[in-house]
Write a protein of this length. Structure first.
Length: 348
């Protein structure tokens, strides 16, 4: 922020509210009890702005803290309709993935959703996003959930209640902030990429990027790695990296590894200058039979931290350049080391 820019007052954080949950016994003997709950938040943006954010699932990792990665399996046409998607998200300290069906209704400003095949001990999970205009401007957003546990297991129901409540509050508060930024044109996200051609196979390059537990021996800027993988292809990666000035910092990310073409990740704890950091390792075959490996980063700047991190005269443009250089330097180093490793072991 430059000294010529007048100071701004950060609006108070939105405070989502929750209605008392309702329990409905199953209609037939043996049916699970259904739990219904609704969370509500007031958003300082027009309903169309809010609804557009909810419809664009692939941007959810930038908006919603729990969402790690999202992809459409079947996308609704522009006028709305049914669609299918897959989501990866954190919940109660763990990571879960599922596929859902949605019905997108722009005219009604509603999106209903339901998990395709709930995995035990979850018996059912669904709900609805409802966007309503408010008198005097802005929107009211209601997020409802209907869920059930196999055999009405009390422990599972308690876990679900905590996960649904925590994620709903987090998502609605983040939605309000993102909608306010979109309404005022102050969104501070940007994307950049670095690419390198590697004379090797998809499998070899993907294995180098996937097996990060070996990065301490293979990457000069990595000092420590802790990798856990409780679900196939879903990793939690914690590592200490060295910066250009010799200092060290710790990062913790969730990674979604889809062999042999991609790894998508989200940083769970970001440095002070970033509100959000997501990234991808993308592999494409080139015309000569090699692999073009691309490191892609998308970040949302914490604009209110620029003066604190870079000094009172620093501008947003300088912050973008700083982030671009810092993140690009490490990912480019990783690409170069992957190239040397793969081409060396392949005899190229």
């Amino acid at each position: 922020m430059s000294q010529t820019t007048p100071p701004t007052t950060t609006p108070p954080a939105p405070n989502p509210t929750v209605s008392p949950s309702r329990r409905t016994p199953g209609e037939r003997p043996g049916d699970a009890t259904r739990i219904d709950v609704a969370h509500t938040v007031t958003v300082p943006a027009a309903p169309a702005v809010v609804f557009a954010l909810l419809a664009d699932v692939e941007r959810w990792p930038l908006i919603f803290p729990p969402t790690v990665h999202a992809r459409f399996l079947e996308k609704a046409p522009e006028g709305g309709g049914p669609e299918r998607l897959q989501l990866w998200a954190t919940a109660n300290g763990g990571v879960r993935t599922w596929t859902s069906r949605r019905l997108v209704e722009p005219m009604r400003q509603r999106i209903s959703f339901e998990q395709d095949r709930p995995v035990a001990p979850i018996a059912a999970m669904g709900g609805e996003w409802i966007v309503r205009p408010m008198t005097g401007g802005g929107s009211e957003v209601v997020l409802t959930h209907t869920y059930a546990a196999v055999d009405d297991d009390a422990e599972t129901l308690a876990w679900l209640e905590k996960a649904v409540d925590g994620n709903s509050r987090s998502e609605l508060a983040a939605l309000a902030e993102a909608a306010r930024d979109a309404e005022t044109g102050k969104e501070a996200s940007f994307t950049f990429r670095d690419s390198l051609r590697i004379d090797g196979t998809f499998a070899a390059v993907h294995a180098f990027l996937d097996r990060a537990e070996h990065w301490v021996e293979r990457l000069p800027h990595v000092a420590r790695v802790k990798l856990t993988e409780h679900l196939p292809g879903v990793q939690i990666l914690e590592m200490d990296t060295q910066t250009a000035d010799g200092s060290s910092h710790t990062t913790r990310s969730v990674r979604v590894c889809t062999a042999p073409h991609s790894i998508h990740y989200k940083q769970l704890v970001t440095p002070a200058l970033l509100r959000v950091h997501i990234g991808s390792w993308l592999l494409d075959e080139d015309e000569n039979g090699g692999v073009t490996a691309t490191a892609e980063h998308t970040v949302v700047l914490a604009t209110d931290a620029i003066d604190r991190v870079l000094g009172p005269d620093a501008t947003e443009e300088q912050a973008r350049a700083f982030v671009r250089e810092a993140l690009g330097r490490n990912s480019s180093t990783t690409l170069r080391q992957a190239k040397a490793f793969v081409e060396g072991t392949s005899g190229a």
